[in-house]
Design a protein around this ligand. Structure first.
Ligand code: ADP
Ligand code: MG
Length: 231
C-alpha cells in the first residue's frame, strides 16, 4: 500500500480536563480532500479531538500536524493565524452573532482577515445564492429557521475558502430532512472547492455523507469496521 500524505493528523494525543481524561492516545489521519465522519458515544472525546485538530485546544501529550507542520508546538498567535487563514468551523448551534445581519455574519471572517467591508460583503452575498439563502441577507439570527441559520453558519465557515472545514454536530439541532439538506450543501461545497472536512456527528445518516467513518471510544479512535466487529 502506498503511503498517503495526510493534511491533518493527530498522533497519540492525550488530553485531560483536570482529572477527567478526554483523549487517551487518539490517532487520526485525514488526507487532502477527504471527508471524514467522527462518530461515537456522548462524552467519548469527539469534540475534544476536533478542537485539538483545529488548534483550538493543545494536547497534554502527542502531536497535531497540519500540512506537514506540527501545530501544537506553535505559539498561540501563530495558531490563531492558522485557524483564521486555513480553517473553517461549523458548530451544532450555528453561533451566529445575533446583533449582526446574516450577510454581516458571513462576511465576518473576511473582515477579520482583510478588513475591506465592501469586498467582504460582496463575497458573502455570493454564498446566499449558492446555499439557497437568497433574500435572507438582511435578517438577524432570531429571524431565521434552524436550517437557515445552519446554512448561514456554513456560508460563514466557507467564505474565506478554508483548506479544512471542521464541523461539530452541524445538524444536531435540525430535523432529519433539514439536516440532510445542510449536509448536501456542506458536502457539495466541500467537494466543489476541494475542502477537506472533519465532521463530528452521532447520526448515522449524517455520517453516511462522509468518505470514511471512524469511531471514538473512551478517548481513542477506531476504524468503523473494528467498531462494528467489536459491538
Ligand atoms: P463528545 O464530544 O464525544 O461528547 P467531549 O470531547 O466533549 O465528548 O468530552 C470528552 C470528555 O471530556 C467528557 O468526559 C467530558 O465531560 C469532558 N469534557 C469536555 N470538555 C470539558 C471541559 N471544558 N471541562 C471539563 N471536562 C470536559
Ligand atoms: Mg461533542
Amino acid at each position: 500500500m502506498s503511503a498517503v500524505t495526510s493534511l491533518v493528523e493527530a498522533r497519540d494525543v492525550v488530553l485531560s480536563f483536570g482529572s477527567t481524561p478526554a483523549l487517551r492516545g487518539a490517532e487520526l489521519s485525514v488526507a487532502q480532500g477527504e471527508i471524514v465522519a467522527v462518530t461515537g458515544p456522548s462524552g467519548s472525546g469527539k469534540s475534544t479531538l476536533l478542537h485539538c485538530l483545529a488548534g483550538i485546544l493543545v494536547p497534554d501529550e502527542g502531536e497535531i500536524h497540519y500540512d506537514g507542520r506540527r501545530i501544537d508546538a506553535l505559539r498561540e498567535t501563530e495558531r490563531s493565524a492558522l485557524r483564521r487563514d486555513r480553517f473553517g468551523f461549523v458548530f451544532q448551534f450555528g453561533q451566529l452573532v445575533p446583533e449582526l445581519t446574516a450577510e454581516e455574519n458571513v462576511a465576518l471572517p473576511l473582515l477579520l482577515a482583510r478588513g475591506r467591508r465592501s469586498t467582504a460583503l460582496r463575497e458573502a452575498r455570493a454564498w446566499f445564492e449558492r446555499l439557497g439563502l437568497a433574500g435572507l441577507e438582511g435578517r438577524r439570527s432570531g429571524e431565521l429557521s434552524g436550517g437557515q441559520a445552519q446554512r448561514v453558519a456554513l456560508a460563514r465557515a466557507l467564505v474565506a475558502g478554508p483548506r479544512v472545514l471542521f464541523a461539530d454536530e452541524p445538524t444536531g439541532a435540525l430535523d432529519s430532512l433539514t439536516g440532510e439538506q445542510v449536509m448536501d450543501l456542506l458536502v457539495g461545497s466541500a467537494r466543489e472547492q476541494g475542502t477537506t472536512v472533519v465532521l463530528v456527528t452521532h447520526e448515522p445518516r449524517v455520517a453516511a455523507f462522509a468518505d470514511r467513518e471512524v469511531i471514538v471510544r473512551d478517548g481513542r479512535v477506531t476504524p468503523l469496521s473494528v467498531g462494528r466487529a467489536a459491538s
